[in-house]
Design a protein around this ligand. Structure first.
Ligand code: AMP
Length: 129
């Protein structure tokens, strides 16, 4: 099913892109739990992560790993947390969240970033890939 992420993948709506290969895209979450909160998304439309086939699942994990390593180089944090939810957007995505506190994994407290900060952050993460 087409979702807002399909529109991002097809370039119909903008995103703060961090990484892309032929099967995936990574961009900053627009309503981040913490600075650097990034979504890794397979380009093929699939709703639930465990409905991906074995190869698609492994490819997404490998892509997410590369992005997480770049993220950890860019944003000071204790570690990068990973979460999969999908209750809001029914298109598989992995949340990568630079963590200093457990509250940053709860999706209850959010940080506000301005457009210039999003642009600079995405560029910096991409530069560390
Ligand atoms: P969930 O589907 O519950 O895993 O959450 C979807 C996530 O996508 C939320 O953290 C949203 O802030 C994020 N999100 C929704 N629309 C956009 C968008 N246009 N660009 C970036 N992130 C988005």
């Amino acid at each position: 099913m087409a979702s807002i992420f399909t529109k991002i993948i097809e370039g119909e709506i903008p995103c703060y892109k961090v990484a892309e290969d032929n099967k995936h895209i990574a961009f900053l979450d627009i309503n981040p739990n913490a600075k650097g909160h990034t979504l890794c998304v397979p380009k093929d439309e699939e709703n639930k992560i465990f409905d991906l086939d074995k190869a698609g699942y492994a490819d997404l994990m490998e892509f997410s790993r590369k992005v997480a390593i770049a993220l950890e180089k860019t944003v000071p944090c204790n570690r990068v947390g990973m979460s999969v939810i999908g209750l809001e957007v029914p298109h598989v995505h992995v949340h990568l969240i630079p963590l200093n506190d457990m509250s940053e994994m709860t999706f209850q407290s959010k940080v506000k970033l301005g457009k210039d900060e999003f642009v600079a952050l995405a560029k910096e993460i991409a530069g560390n890939l």
